[in-house]
Design a binder for this molecule. Structure first.
Ligand SMILES: C[S@@+](CC[C@H](N)C(=O)[O-])C[C@H]1O[C@@H](n2cnc3c(N)ncnc32)[C@H](O)[C@@H]1O
Length: 221
């Protein structure tokens, strides 16, 4: 198993996945107002699926994929417990080889996956996202921002580099320009801004209150 997959598997098993929360009201609102009723949404790197559950509750047909099988099984059990089988399901799958045919989704969401991919895989990932989206489909990406002043023992804003490794897991910190440059070939930027967690939100780690994210809503060209 690769070290990143091991890291995520261990975090979900031990409950140390301190990234799992739902503070994305503004981003979510921007995306959802663009979508038709009953739109099909794919949440990639869904983790515990908080966003996917939320989208399904908001009336969208939603599928969440993640390469950690244990968390997928757990989420599907929860789908059954809540009787949400019609509108929501989870599947094991790799973001670099998305297990769906072309042009099936109205929207794809990625909250915190791109920021951990090996840089050499960015282009393949972007091709995969574009492939499974319908023409003019939307992609919402939320990723760590280079405007973050401090992140654990590191200072992204001041640093010359953009990548920090914590316990074997790579964290890439992006500028808005870098996200735009990466996606430019296949996507048009619709909205882009930086955001922090709501200061009122109760976060599992106070450290997270310092983190800035780049939020980008884009549309397939
Ligand atoms: C920082 S977590 C974010 C989880 C969730 N989106 C959230 O906001 O709580 C990143 C997730 O991406 C998943 N992931 C990372 N690389 C992946 C890949 N190549 N294919 C599928 N999932 C991947 C991890 O297992 C993890 O659940």
């Amino acid at each position: 198993m690769d070290t990143h997959k091991e890291y995520f598997t261990h975090a979900y098993r031990t409950g140390t996945d301190d990234w799992t929360h739902l503070p994305w009201k503004r981003a979510e609102g921007l995306l959802l107002e663009k979508l038709p009723d009953k739109a099909m949404i794919l949440d990639i790197g869904t983790g515990r699926g908080l966003f996917a559950f939320h989208l399904a509750k908001s009336g969208f047909r939603t599928i969440g994929i993640d390469y950690v099988k244990e968390i997928i099984d757990k989420n599907n059990q929860e789908v059954q417990n809540r009787g949400m089988q019609k509108e929501l399901r989870f599947m094991e799958g790799d973001a670099l080889d998305i297990p769906f045919t072309d042009e099936g989704f109205d929207a794809v969401t990625d909250i915190g996956l791109l920021q951990h991919l090996p840089e050499g895989d960015f282009a393949e990932y972007i091709n995969e996202v574009a492939r499974v989206l319908k023409p003019k489909g939307y992609f919402l990406n939320i990723a760590l921002s280079k405007d973050t002043v401090s992140f654990w023992s590191w200072f992204p804003r001041k640093a010359a580099e953009s990548t920090f490794e914590k316990q074997g897991l790579k964290h890439h910190f992006f500028t808005k320009e870098k996200i735009t440059e990466l996606f430019n070939k296949k996507f048009e930027i619709v909205e882009q801004f930086t955001e922090r967690f709501d200061p009122q939100a109760s976060l599992p780690s106070p450290e997270l209150g310092n983190v800035v994210y780049v939020v980008t809503l884009m549309q397939k060209k």
